[in-house]
Design a binder for this molecule. Structure first.
Ligand SMILES: Cc1cc2nc3c(=O)[nH]c(=O)nc-3n(C[C@H](O)[C@H](O)[C@H](O)COP(=O)(O)O)c2cc1C
Length: 482
């Protein structure tokens, strides 16, 4: 149950690297909850080091880590003083598995630590960590790293993070822990566990860490109830995310229907009953299309503590999206609109994924068709049982022949996009393939027009603090803040 005071605005976690430490820090300094994305943070750390670590922030944070030997090993191996020679590829690591390469786990722990440490540096505001339940293999070491930096809350959606509350309790005491791994074709009575033992990584004696709060991100009352009653430990609040939110969306309930453009259609069945949710007794924040005039008041009317906003923050100066992507979107909004397509196929996870239609990105069918499939980042690979009874890894966006060889259906590969490479490119860490640089993919919520309101008719850039002022405008918090 909630014992802490939480602010009314949560800046949504936006992977990969969109909600970076700069954005979260700025939001947190303004008294709201800034959230860093932990998704892919091991790769983000590696690529920042290979790009020369501008400003020295990675190395400064690494030098404060509780794993000095590990930090030194990572810097010696990956840091490039002058950055990469233009046109050369970033280092590739073996992909995540149940028994990951040591470097993967090291980068995950250090990446979680660095991002939260920088977001919290020299102020006392709260900082959260966002992860996707579905990208399960790296999550425990990332959380453990973030806990060493004093993360205040962990927020997780895209799946049922049932074992995470108990894992937070274990990790606070440096005890071995585990979460269930989803494996296609496996008997549910004989689950696979993803294990992590923090003690085996300790370099210095460690005292018990503060246990962060946990907010599952849910789209249905049933999931809220399950997390409140049957999770492996305590939760402290919820984020309720509706289908207009950016990123992945929960699929509609019941029979599938599509509109004339091919987007999934949501119905009353997908509506969360806020009254019933309130009775569970936890604070909750509404997400999805609330980053607008009166969004906060509307949330309060429903009994919520506040709102979680992503899209508006995604295009502010501090966010990790490249200047090219931000300028293209803001300038297009100044001239008219930018279409957002809820793509039922783009994500290899099978979850609907919102894609902004931005020239020069994978939303352009010619650019998509020109890309040669390659799976060299691999966060969205699913585990499956192969004919010998062994666990294998596959992604519906990998080369079709590979996917089919692993027992996948050709039909599942159609129109799938490589979100791992596309999202890395959207924040400036795109891999250079033999065929050329990876192109970005841009995800955004349906409420993109509010970005146009903030940027104004001449399409000027705006800051995270401008977003907060806009969201609080006219509320008691806003009046105080002025
Ligand atoms: C660019 C972008 C990336 C996102 N990535 C994630 C993510 O990695 N994990 C997550 O839980 N939510 C993600 N979201 C959802 C946000 O955290 C937030 O809930 C949502 O944006 C709120 O709705 P809004 O977009 O209408 O403001 C993302 C949203 C955007 C715009």
């Amino acid at each position: 149950m909630a014992t802490q005071e939480w602010p009314p605005i949560i800046q949504g976690g936006m992977g990969v690297g969109v909600s970076n430490w700069r954005l979260a820090r700025s939001v947190s300094q303004a008294g709201q909850l800034g959230v860093v994305s932990g998704t892919g943070i091991d790769t983000v750390l590696l690529r920042r080091l290979q790009d020369g670590d501008l400003g020295g922030h990675m190395r400064r944070a690494l030098s404060a880590s509780p794993w000095p030997k590990m930090a030194q090993a990572v810097v010696s191996r990956f840091y490039l003083f002058k950055g990469r020679v233009p046109g050369t590829a970033y280092a590739r690591l073996p992909l995540w598995t149940l028994d990951p390469h040591k470097l993967r786990t090291m980068l995950a722990m250090l990446g979680g630590f660095v991002e939260v440490w920088l977001a919290k540096e020299r102020h006392s505001g709260k900082v959260g960590l966002n992860l996707l339940t579905k990208v399960a293999l790296p999550n425990l070491p990332i959380i453990y790293g973030a806990m060493h930096a004093g993360v205040d809350v962990v927020l997780m959606g895209a799946g049922i993070p049932r074992e995470i509350p108990g894992a937070l309790d274990d990790l606070a005491r440096h005890q071995a822990t585990q979460v269930r791994g989803e494996v296609v074709g496996q008997d549910a009575h004989d689950p696979t566990w993803i294990r992590f033992d923090p003690a085996s990584w300790l370099e210095e004696p460690a005292t018990v860490l503060p246990r962060p709060a946990f907010f599952p991100i849910i789209a249905a009352n049933s999931l809220a109830l399950l997390m409140a009653k049957k999770a492996s430990g305590d939760i402290q609040g919820f984020v309720v995310e509706g289908p207009s939110a950016g990123g992945h969306n929960a699929p509609p309930r019941g029979a599938k229907h599509f509109d004339t453009f091919g987007q999934p259609v949501y119905s009353e069945r997908d509506q969360v009953d806020y009254g019933a949710l309130k009775q569970l007794g936890y604070p909750f924040w509404l997400a999805g299309g609330l980053g607008r005039d009166n969004g906060l008041r509307d949330a309060w009317r429903h009994g919520a503590t506040g709102i979680q906003v992503g899209t508006l923050f995604a295009y502010c100066r501090e966010s990790g999206l490249t200047d090219t992507v931000k300028t293209r979107v803001i300038q297009s909004l100044a001239r008219g609109t930018v279409d957002v397509f809820t793509d039922p196929l783009a994500s290899p996870t099978g979850f609907p994924f919102k894609v902004a239609q931005v020239p020069g990105t994978l939303s352009d069918s010619r650019i998509y068709a020109d890309r040669s499939r390659v799976c060299d980042v691999g966060y969205l690979r699913e585990m499956y049982v192969d004919p010998r009874g062994m666990i294998g890894y596959r992604c519906a966006s990998e080369p079709v022949a590979d996917y089919v060889r692993k027992g996948g259906a050709v039909s599942d590969t159609m129109n799938r996009k490589c979100l791992c490479n596309g999202l890395m490119a959207a924040v400036g860490y795109g891999q250079v393939q033999p065929s050329g640089p990876e192109k970005p993919i841009v995800t955004t919520g349906d409420g993109l027009s509010a970005v146009g309101d903030l940027a104004g008719p001449s399409g000027t850039s705006y800051s995270a603090h401008d977003v907060i002022r806009y969201l609080l405008d006219g509320t008691a918090f806003g009046a105080e803040g002025r």
